[in-house]
Structure formats: C-alpha cells, structure tokens
Unconditional design. Structure first.
Ligand SMILES: [Zn+2]
Length: 201
C-alpha cells in the first residue's frame, strides 16, 4: 500500500490535467458512493516516472494512480495508452479504484446485488461495464450488471439504510422521533460481509 502523504514525490492531480481520467473518476465515484457511502470521493495522484524510464520514453513523465480521499492507493498506475479511448479509460479507472478499495480498505466493491459476487470492470459493445460472473451454471458466461457510472443502490435493506442515515445524522435530534416508524424492515439475515473493519496500520 502507498500513502501519498508519506511518499514525498506524490502529488495530487489538479482538475483538468488528465481530463479523460478526471471524467472517468467522476463516474466511478458515483458507483462507489452508491455501494459504499462515506468512502469517496476518490482522487488522482501522480508520481514521477523512474529516471531510467524517462530515458527510454520521453512521453512517460509520471504515473497516475487512483487514491482514496486520504491519499492511499494500491495497485498499478493507470495505463497511459488507455486514454485514447474513453470507454477503456473508464474501465481502467474503475479497475484501479477497485484495487485501491480492496487493498486499502479490504472491501470487495462493487458486489452484484443478485449473486453477491464481486464484479469486474470491462468493455462491452464500446461501453465500460461492470460484469458479474454469476448466473447460469457454474463457469457460465455471467452477465453485465450496469454501465460503469450507472450502479444503483438496489440491495441495501431498509434496516441498513436506516442505520446509515442514523450514522450520518447522529447530531440531528429529530432522528430520535423516527424510532417507531417502520421498525420491521430487516430480518437480521443480511449481515453478510459488508462493513469489514479497517485494517490496522
Ligand atoms: Zn450477478
């Protein structure tokens, strides 16, 4: 794992420096918030290329990573050649975001609401999409769940939503009045593996 606050040469990428990746990140952020509220917004950080790389290829001046709001990232840099095609750039950013979330927060994201499997970003018919391997027989073709940037919040139970709202609005005294409203939203069988605690470190 890398921490841009501990890595002296890392810098935050300013808006507009890499417009294709910047726009892709906004879409990926939407999907992150849809399934993991409180984790975004993600940002782009850049590290200078190693000196020996610069000698070979003048074009590679720095590497760009997808980082958490606190500056940590995990995994590979965004492939510069992917920027030529927005759909591929979007899939690249989605994949990098996924690696960062998994490597830094130990959370599988995004999860298919139907099959409860971690999905993977890819490009299909010229569009960046989230694919799930579930459905049909084992080893079957799987299915496309949503375009990247188009994930809904379909599977959070009412009880979970209420818990999130409560966490967000803890300072709001009006919340106490909502206690008796719709209190049988969940049946308790939905704990799953969401909300794993932060790794120590
Ligand atoms: Zn699925």
């Amino acid at each position: 794992m890398h921490d841009s606050f501990d890595t002296p040469h890392a810098r935050t990428v300013e808006p507009g420096e890499y417009p294709v990746w910047g726009e892709a990140l906004a879409l990926v952020d939407h999907d992150l918030v849809a399934h993991l509220p409180d984790r975004g917004p993600l940002r782009l950080v850049a590290m200078p290329a190693w000196p020996e790389e610069g000698a070979d290829d003048e074009q590679v001046t720095e590497h760009v990573y997808v980082a958490l709001p606190d500056g940590r990232w995990h995994g590979n840099d965004l492939p510069p050649e992917g920027r030529a095609v927005p759909a591929f750039a979007l899939a690249d950013v989605a994949e990098a975001a996924q690696e960062t979330v998994l490597g830094c927060l130990w959370q599988v994201w995004p999860v298919c609401p139907e099959h409860r499997l971690g999905m993977h970003a890819g490009v299909e018919d010229g569009q960046a999409v989230w694919r799930c391997a579930g459905g049909g027989d084992e080893g079957g073709p799987g299915h496309v769940q949503a375009p990247v940037g188009g994930l809904a919040e379909p599977y959070r139970s009412r009880a979970e939503r209420r818990k999130l709202r409560r966490r967000k609005g803890e300072n709001n005294p009006n919340n106490q009045n909502n206690r008796n409203v719709g209190s049988n939203g969940g049946n308790g069988g939905d704990g799953g593996n969401a909300g794993k605690p932060h790794p120590e470190g």
